[in-house]
Design a protein around this ligand. Structure first.
Ligand code: ZN
Length: 246
């Protein structure tokens, strides 16, 4: 049956969208170039530390200078791979192309790289889109990912109570500060939902972590309405000071 499936829906690369002859969803030559964020990282924001794995233990429970200087609004964040020219293809194919090839694999990676967060989560939520953008695009790719993570982990999904009230301009090209200002007051939760969030540990899902401004804005609202803890899981993360057009 699998062979018949493949004839009808041949496997396509998550990177190029081209048909792949061999097993897997990523060509071997691309696979080796993906920078998976499995090394030592900031215990809070997940920024990878540029240290050898042999000395990684010394960095357990350490925060990066950025988190020491300014504590993020969420508790912890983890991502699967670094955002670069190669992995941006996976994200953009998913985000702009509505291509759900490999969604299960991507969700499994998120659950794996965010394992310590998943273990303690009560509920999975996604960064919402404004209703106008949702209508224009037809789907919220972060919600697709959150739903797949929920299926993968059996943690219930909640996607009604966190709303994006402001249709904010794109975050692309803005400084970290500009990004924070841009999403200020953008998210809201109806008062009637207060009891649901009380004491809950939320796992908030997004596709890309750039400066953390968007997930921070969501986290603050969730905590203001009773969430005990908000952890972030994203597929991809900007780890160098570049300004990707996302
Ligand atoms: Zn940090």
């Amino acid at each position: 049956m699998r062979r018949v499936d493949k004839l009808i829906w041949p496997t396509r690369s998550l990177i190029t969208g081209e048909q792949i002859a061999g097993p897997g969803l990523i060509e071997p030559e691309h696979w080796s170039k993906i920078r998976f964020l499995s090394g030592p990282n900031c215990c809070r924001c997940g920024m990878p530390f540029e240290v050898l794995h042999e000395v990684a233990d010394a960095f357990l429970d350490e925060e990066c200078p950025a988190c020491i200087a300014r504590k993020p609004g969420f508790d912890r964040a983890r991502s699967v791979f670094a955002y670069d020219d190669l992995t941006s293809q996976i994200v953009l194919r998913f985000k702009n192309g509505a291509d759900r090839t490999g969604l299960k694999l991507l969700a499994r990676w998120c659950a794996e790289y965010g394992a310590e967060l998943v273990e303690e989560a009560d509920v999975v939520m996604a960064v919402p889109l404004h209703v106008r953008r949702l209508r224009a695009r037809g789907y919220n790719q972060s919600l697709w990912l959150a739903a797949a993570i929920s299926r993968e982990t059996n943690i219930p999904l909640e996607h009604h109570i966190l709303k994006r009230l402001k249709n904010t301009p794109s975050q692309a090209g803005k400084s970290a500060n500009g990004r924070r200002k841009n999403v200020e007051g953008a998210f809201q939760i109806g008062e009637k939902h207060n009891p649901f969030l009380t004491g809950k540990r939320v796992l908030l899902v997004d596709d890309v972590y750039t400066t953390g401004a968007t997930v921070e804005a969501c986290s603050r609202v969730l905590k203001r309405h009773g969430a005990a803890n908000v952890d972030i899981v994203t597929l991809s993360r900007v780890v160098s000071p570049v300004d990707p057009t996302i």
